[in-house]
Design a protein around this ligand. Structure first.
Ligand code: NCD
Length: 476
């Protein structure tokens, strides 16, 4: 299969840097005089190639900048801007649609309301698929634009040629914001600090994202819930370093609605996001202080750039447009050179930027759920009527390391191979022995994987006629 871009973790840091270098080249080679962030003209690099943009959700920046990028590269575009103009409206599965589109185009850009949809598309076609946003899951090309903007517009990143000293404050809907999910993994991977500042406690980063940041990037964001009561007694300090061990400081957390104080010396960037009302559960939208010139009045914010993936609604003041810290229109403009570079990399138009296989391709063993475990995320594409007909739940068996969970008993964790939501089944067993256990250490004893079965709880195991293993498994 060709390289696709479904999550930001489908690219290595080096590949991202190489894409940025190519975006720099395009901006240099195709300038718009006086507007160094804007591409002008057209080159003959992708003349033989056709891009299809398949958008099942509204879009302005992502679709137009992809199409503009392909045109600027000299390539061709076929497009559907809504689900209703495709056969999805007649009940066709996404898997079928992309198997048709691969005959008409060389790369597919997909936006879809269900989480994990882009992974399904990537599995079913033999052309690269680029995820332009799948429900609340991820939006990796927005993250490329965000990082590129931070790199171009931030003095500290430019001077040090690294994201390591950067502190980014993330505001808004961190629960449903797919741009945020891709961004936090990228910031963690590049060593930047970030401060999650959700609009309300309910809109905090999802638990599985936090678990993964801990497990894979040694990155420890905190939520107000994590702060123990002892700590909360001393409320004057509201910005906190939460450290995995005493020598290593990683993640800042900010108790929302309270003024920042001592420990955060400088915020280099505010990443403001809209409340994703279309994905919320019908509650009335929370009120949340607007980021505007008044809000950014403190000396701590003098150098802070303000990013926003856009569209903006109430959360960002129009008075920031004339403030040099507001870089969100440039950020949207960088969508063209960045997406030109990404398309050039995927279609191998300039150099060999992407290696043959994706990073971490075989990091975790894959398990088909044994027909018993379903993804617990109601928005996962495995629950979508049109895909249920052909798609089986599939999981990665994620090995937990105790040190990331405060020495607690390691948990069994299955990560959905599509939406990446994580489930924690309580028991596992061997089909051939008809035995089960609730100790995760049993996992390494049951081989081959086709013999493995998971149960949500003991009751389910007993009902299936399994008996509990005697004795304790040996840890290997
Ligand atoms: C974002 C999206 O679609 O997730 N928009 C974008 O692509 N720039 C952000 C949003 O809709 O709030």
């Amino acid at each position: 299969l060709p390289r696709s871009l479904v999550t930001i973790n489908d690219l290595t840091n080096d590949e991202i840097e190489a894409i940025f270098a190519l975006a720099d080249d395009f901006l240099r080679e195709m300038p718009t005089p006086g507007k160094e962030w804007r591409i002008g003209g057209r080159i003959s690099l992708a003349e033989e190639f056709v891009l299809s943009t398949l958008f099942y959700e509204p879009s302005t920046r992502t679709r137009f900048s992809f199409e503009s990028a392909m045109h600027r590269l000299g390539g061709h575009v076929i497009s559907s801007a809504s689900r209703d103009t495709t056969s999805a409206a007649k009940g066709e599965s996404l898997a079928d649609t992309v198997r048709v589109l691969e005959n008409y185009s060389d790369v597919i850009v997909l936006r879809h309301p269900w989480e994990g949809a882009a992974r399904v598309a990537a599995e079913y076609t033999d052309v690269p698929v680029i995820n332009a946003g799948d429900g609340s899951h991820e939006h990796p090309t927005q993250t490329l634009c965000d990082l590129y903007t931070l790199r171009k517009e931030n003095e500290s990143v430019r001077e040090k040629r690294s994201f390591r000293d950067l502190t980014v404050l993330l505001r808004g809907d961190l629960k449903h914001g797919r741009t945020v999910h891709s961004l936090v993994y990228a910031l963690a991977r590049f060593g930047a600090k970030f401060i999650p500042s959700p609009a309300t406690e309910d809109l905090a980063l999802p638990q599985h994202v936090i678990d993964r940041l801990r497990r894979e990037y040694d990155c420890y964001p905190a939520s107000p819930k994590d702060l123990d009561e002892e700590f909360l007694k001393d409320v004057p300090i509201n910005a906190v370093y939460v450290t995995p061990d005493k020598d290593k400081s990683h993640q800042l957390a900010w108790v929302p609605e309270v003024e920042l104080s001592v420990k955060v010396n400088q915020i280099h960037a505010f990443y403001v996001t809209r409340l994703q009302l279309e994905r919320a559960d019908g509650d009335s939208p929370p009120t949340y202080p607007k980021v505007d010139s008044r809000f950014l009045n403190g000396s701590r914010f003098r150098q802070s750039s303000v990013l926003h993936p856009l569209p903006r609604v109430e959360e960002l003041g129009y008075d920031m447009d004339s403030d040099s810290r507001g870089v969100y229109f440039k950020q949207a403009s960088y969508g063209v050179p960045v997406r030109m570079a990404l398309l050039a990399a995927m279609l191998k138009l300039r150099g060999d930027i992407l290696s043959a296989s994706p990073p971490d391709a075989n990091k975790y063993e894959q398990f088909d759920g044994g027909g018993r475990i379903e993804c617990l995320n109601g928005q996962c594409v495995t629950h979508l009527e049109s895909e249920r007909r052909h798609l089986k739940p599939k999981f990665f068996i994620v090995t937990e390391d105790q040190k990331h969970f405060g020495g607690a008993q390691p948990q069994l964790t299955l990560r959905c191979a599509y939406c990446e939501y994580e489930v924690h089944p309580h028991c596992l067993g061997s089909k051939s022995h008809r035995k089960y256990d609730c100790d995760p250490a049993r996992l390494s004893h049951i081989r081959p994987l086709s013999d493995l079965v998971f149960f949500n709880d003991e009751q389910q195991a007993l009902e299936a006629g399994y008996q509990r293993y005697k004795g304790t498994p040996v840890h290997v």
